[in-house]
Design a protein around this ligand. Structure first.
Ligand SMILES: [Zn+2]
Length: 229
């Protein structure tokens, strides 16, 4: 078992396994969970974000508390992505979206002669709002892969607005860097969520008790099972 565990650790570390698809990601998570392979659990949990989380996907290999942890992990990743998209809906500098203020199709003035009030161009406002709202409504039913789709969605949305010289000029000068920043921040928002502390701690204790042949009733009292929390 130790050699298999070492082999899996080594292969995952060097990226030897191709990214699993669909139910395979959940199956890998279930196997890693059953074997207390904590780094592989975290890796598999991240892979599941690229797929919907449904009962069909979960299958029968996961214990109830592990399903709950996976759902909680996904929810927190979704919340981070939503917060990231909301930061791009904010047009106040130094936020990255202030470069789009000035589109003549949506420019607003506080008074007839007053300063222009910052408003995002409608095509961009709708893109970011729709992406955020989809996450709010379908965090479990849809893949959390907006970072890999946002550039294509941006291009589609901008195509509906090519008669606006202002937006086209901003896109030519700064659109590439803006999209790169949006992709980077979305990916960071997704990746910065880690599995709950007690989740990993519980597995470390289970692994230690197996290793030393200890029933670990005292450990169970010190670190109660996630089932009881
Ligand atoms: Zn415009």
């Amino acid at each position: 078992m130790v050699s298999v565990r070492s082999f899996i650790h080594a292969e995952v570390s060097r990226g030897a396994f191709p990214a699993p698809s669909g139910a395979e990601a959940y199956s890998e998570y279930a196997i890693a969970s059953a074997e207390d392979l904590i780094p592989e659990m975290e890796s598999a949990a991240r892979q599941t974000l690229d797929h919907p989380l449904t009962f069909e996907m979960l299958g029968k290999g996961l214990e109830g508390w592990a399903m709950g942890e996976l759902a909680s992990f996904r929810r927190r990743c979704g919340d981070n992505l939503i917060a990231c998209l909301e930061s791009f809906l904010d047009v106040e500098p130094p936020g990255p979206s202030h470069i789009w203020v000035g589109c003549p199709y949506v420019s607003r003035r506080s008074t007839p002669t007053g300063p222009v009030v910052g408003v995002l161009p409608l095509w961009l406002q709708e893109l970011l709002s729709r992406s955020r709202d989809d996450l709010k409504l379908q965090v479990y039913k849809s893949p959390l892969d907006i970072h890999s789709r946002i550039r294509e969605e941006y291009a589609k949305s901008l195509q509906t607005h090519l008669d606006c010289k202002f937006c086209v000029a901003v896109h030519v000068k700064k659109g590439f860097a803006y999209c790169a920043e949006l992709e980077k921040r979305l990916e960071q928002a997704r990746n910065k969520v880690s599995l709950p502390f007690y989740f990993s701690r519980y597995h470390e204790l289970r692994f230690a008790s197996r290793r030393y042949g200890d029933s670990s009733s005292h450990l169970s009292l010190a670190y109660p099972s996630p089932r009881n929390q």
